[in-house]
Design a binder for this molecule. Sequence first.
Ligand code: ATP
Length: 561
Amino acid sequence: MIRYLKQYKLLLFLTVLFTAISSLSYVFIAILLQQVMDIVDMGDIDGFIRILLFSLAYFALMGVFMYLQSFFSKKFICKIMKAVRSKTFMGIEKHTIEDYAKNHTADYLSAITNDVKMIEDNFLLPLLQVIQYTIIFIASLAVMIYFDIIVTVCVIIAIAIMLIVPSLFGGLLSKRQDKYSDMLSVFTNHVKDLLSGFEVIKSYRMKNYVLSRFEASNEDTIKAKYSVDKAIAANEAVSMVLALLVQVVVVFLSAYFIIIGRISAGALLGMVQVSSNLANPLLIIFSNIPKIKSIKPIAQKLNQLSDYEKQDASTKKSPTFNDAICVENLHFSYDKENEVIGGISLSIEKGKKYAFVGKSGCGKSTLIKLIAGYYSDFTGNVLYDADSLSILDIDKITALSSIIHQNVYMFDESIFDNICLHEDYSEKELQSALSDSGLSSFIKQVPNGLEYHVGENGANLSGGQKQRIAVARALIRKKPLLILDEGTSAIDMQTAYDIESRLLAISDLTLLTITHNMSKDILELYDEIIFMAEGKIVEHGTFEALIAKHAAFYDFYQLKK
Ligand SMILES: Nc1ncnc2c1ncn2[C@@H]1O[C@H](COP(=O)(O)OP(=O)(O)OP(=O)(O)O)[C@@H](O)[C@H]1O
């Protein structure tokens, strides 16, 4: 967190400056009270009017300083919150697809929302309070010495006892705070999961299950919060009792000193006033210090996200795809136990078209993702021209290809924005992408054409319309490699045929299609059909060659037909 404080050091300085001025003027009220009491004691009416006018001006000025303190502290907190949130988001955005998938989306959501809020509540606000009340405490101690040194010494002894106890709460609170943050993350995850499946919940009447799952998660989260609050409450109660002890010492000792004639009644009034500025600030300081300490694991979590760097990206080469992508004896598993890809070798030549077919779960999508650079934890080799994936910049590899998945993600914006993704393309490029993706006639039908708003994740569109937008999104970028992962499965046969045959006609485009569509007319257009089973390539060749072979693909094709 120190780096954020350094980033806004001028604002921090102004906040501390005005905090100091308003705190000192607050402490000075004790001397003012003592003066008033002593003037009243002497019956000095001129002195009384003078001090009254002085006090009026004094309080007006104090109001101005308090406003400035509040203004700068709020601005400081807002700036830091914005910076923490932005840095965390930028760090998340830098993740590779592989690293991003190691956590749930809700964990990232929770970090940006809940954890950042915790930084405000348990670090920034307490820190400013600690600064403010430390100034008040030191100034009050000085005023106390000015009133009477013996009372001050006794107060210091009482304070020393006060210091020991609350420091014991720091470690406990830190542990509980960390657990609470994790629980918030799990809770956000559950809520996101339940709300994302709203339609399934309604149509399958899952109300009871959903409510009980929500309640259980809600209960666990509140328990974790309650456990934090209990530690805070114990800390505050102990601190409060000890703070009262200080005031008791002051009142009785100074009362005794009046009796023996050592101090005036004005000094008693001043000391009672200033002693509350000794006890209460310490109470606040010592209930805030454990909070500040407890934020460490959360700050570490946020730093880890914001400091994320791809491994040695600067030393990695940019990939090229001029001739071929070669896969050599590739093995891969998601969980280090069950092999999903079991020794695949294959060559993808630039400009050629490949159809990957095989039973559901045989590893087609995984193979394609490995080729596109999604995962690095494999054995064997994937070469772009002559360069192995291990020496290439992963971000640039993923940028070489466009993947169209069965479930296309749509931003809650217009069709135009979902195709161009806020990049500039010429009208010619746009029209060509619209026509090749079979979108032109649909655009003419919808109310605002390209400006039509697609809704949350494309809720205002059909599955096929979403896929056509995804095809246009990919085509407009003219990347050398296009991957259709069942990317036309939601489109009617005729339109799917039209789109695929247009893609197959683009000569410099390398097309990898995963398909369950066993239409002869389409399959015949591919240069090669790669037939997979259980993580291996069983057969490959043209449609005619594989049919003529009367082997595994032939059987699969007959069955599907
Ligand atoms: N992210 C993942 N984590 C763990 N296992 C996964 C993951 N993705 C896929 N798998 C598993 O890997 C295996 C291969 O899945 P993959 O999606 O590659 O198959 P597929 O041939 O494309 O299937 P389909 O035709 O149904 O899309 C399956 O057993 C699947 O359960």
